[in-house]
Ligand binder design. Structure first.
Ligand code: NAD
Ligand code: UGA
Length: 449
């Protein structure tokens, strides 16, 4: 084994993960490959395709030394004994399982390419999030070329966008699932060595392949469920006069519950929570577990309800009509510190507001490029990088993303430029509501009376 590493898929996961592996393993070459030549060109430029705090520095330190980005997939497979696959696994939009199951076409295409191009035995590492028992299917595809031995490991990634580099450098755990055979155990040991370069061994957990695959879906489902639970409680807070921030604080002080991931808001977005919960629903149904499937599907329904409720409250606050009213969305990214807008609650809210015939203007410090693409079906929506210009003449501002820069705005200046009565709906509970009320704003918040 030469110790070099290939990664097929240079996306949000492949790029940052491999950059950190390269940085912490200066003795290994790390080759990141993708079919998307434009993306690879961006990885080789000063303008990386992914915005993550700290990523530029890590890439700059390693690129051209032991970290390489290219479209030479066959070359990378031949050059390395360990091949990560970090391609996208979106929700299927067609055929059997449409709307629920993972679309595994990119993963299978990668497995076929590995089988075809391999020049010796390879360890294939599932980095993408995959349905439990995918490794079985993959082993079958790989074994269409029986002249080499392929050992499939599962090594799901738990980083969150916006904190990818710190999560990678200091993970709660690294999970490696492998076959319980001599060859499987040797492959697991080889992968443990990659991470042990910087992760304490007690945080590297090894399991069987199926536990590893399912643990990733389970962890995302539990996190999504927490958000839907707190959002369901936020509706009850609004109805009763309780305050979700206070309720969350009290719940979080119970060490069995813990204080993380209890922020009520516009619902979860991001590329994975919805897709992974839907995948879990599909898996449950395919094993005949209907009640379990319904339970997890409720997490998604609750998330959509939160966005519907935000728009309904906005309509009510603006005298039951939004027609021709200017509404500014502050933030379009699915969370702060990222330009990613996949499954962003802001898009669902924009669609609902558009159906009310509001005139929308969207501002965001990092996500306007993606917003332009996501809102192409609403050509009259304006995109405005300057939040002050976005707010001018608006009837309402909906704070959709918790960008810290919105806290620093001169809210007196914003208020002066708006139509009166001026409404702020702070769906992230980001701002100082009392200060806003003193300026003259009417303020709505999630989970607060
Ligand atoms: P992405 O769309 O950003 O990147 C996937 C890349 O794979 C794309 O650049 C695409 O061109 C490339 N690709 C597709 N098919 C290919 C092929 N046959 N050969 C070579 N390249 C190919 O996706 P992502 O966000 O990086 O997610 C990848 C996987 O990681 C998913 O399964 C996702 O669930 C999982 N994941 C993502 C995150 C996250 O924060 N984004 C976190 C944990 C896990
Ligand atoms: C999430 C998980 O946190 C990662 O562990 C996982 O690896 C990743 O999905 C994945 O599999 O892709 P990510 O989607 O990047 O990471 O971001 P999160 O910080 O988890 O936020 C997801 C959504 O939940 C965001 O829209 C965020 O605003 C929302 N959220 C989060 C809340 O509404 N309330 C909270 O308390 C926390």
């Amino acid at each position: 084994m030469n110790g070099d590493i290939a990664c097929i898929g240079a996306g949000y996961i492949g790029g940052p993960t491999m950059a950190v592996i390269a940085k912490m393993n200066p003795g290994r070459r790390v080759l990141v490959v993708d079919i998307n030549a434009e993306r690879i060109a961006a990885w080789n430029s000063d303008n990386l395709p992914v915005y993550e705090p700290g990523l530029d520095e890590v890439v700059k330190a390693c690129r051209g030394k032991n970290l390489f980005f290219s479209t030479d997939i066959a070359g990378a497979i031949k050059a390395c004994d360990m091949i990560f696959v970090g391609v996208n696994t979106p929700t299927k939009t067609f055929g059997e399982g449409a709307g629920y199951a993972s679309d595994l076409q990119y993963w299978e295409a990668s497995a076929r390419t590995i089988a075809q191009e391999a020049n010796g035995d390879k360890i294939v590492v599932e980095k993408s999030t995959l349905p439990v028992r995918t490794a079985d299917a993959m082993a079958e595809v790989l074994h269409t070329h029986p002249e080499h031995t392929f050992t499939v490991l599962s090594n799901p990634e738990f980083l969150a966008e916006g904190s990818a580099i710190t999560d990678l450098l200091n993970p709660d755990r690294v999970l490696i699932g492998g076959p319980q055979t001599a060859r499987g155990r040797a492959a697991v040991r080889a992968l443990v060595e990659v991470y042990a370069a910087w992760v304490p061994r007690r945080r590297i957990v090894t399991t069987n392949v199926w536990s590893s695959e399912l643990s990733k879906l389970a962890a995302n489902a539990m996190l999504a469920q927490r958000i839907s639970s707190v959002n369901a409680l936020s509706a009850l807070c609004e109805a009763t006069g309780a305050d979700i921030a206070e309720v969350a604080r009290v719940m979080g002080m119970d060490r069995r519950i813990g204080d993380k991931f209890l922020r009520a808001g516009p619902g979860f977005g991001g590329s994975c929570f919805k897709k992974d919960v839907l995948n879990l629903v599909y898996l449950c149904r395919s094993y005949g577990l209907e009640a379990e499937a319904d339970y997890w599907e409720g997490v998604i329904r609750m998330n959509e309800e939160q966005q519907r409720r935000i728009v309904a409250r906005t309509v009510k606050a603006l005298f039951n009509t939004l027609a021709n009213k200017r509404i500014a969305l502050f933030g379009f990214a699915f969370k702060a510190n990222t330009g990613d807008t996949r499954e962003t609650p802001a898009l669902a809210v924009a669609n609902l507001l558009d159906a009310e015939r509001a005139q929308l203007v969207v501002t965001d410090p990092k996500a306007l490029g993606n917003a332009r693409r996501d809102l192409a079906h609403l050509p009259h929506v304006a995109l405005e990088p300057d939040p002050y210009a976005a707010a001018a003449d608006a009837d309402a501002i909906l704070v959709m993303t918790e960008w810290p820069c919105y806290r620093e705005l001169d809210w007196g200046r914003v208020y002066a430029s708006m139509r009166k009565p001026a409404l702020i709906f702070d769906t992230r509970n980001l701002l100082d509501h009392e200060a806003l009320r003193r300026i003259g704003f009417r303020v709505l918040a999630v989970g607060r009376p």
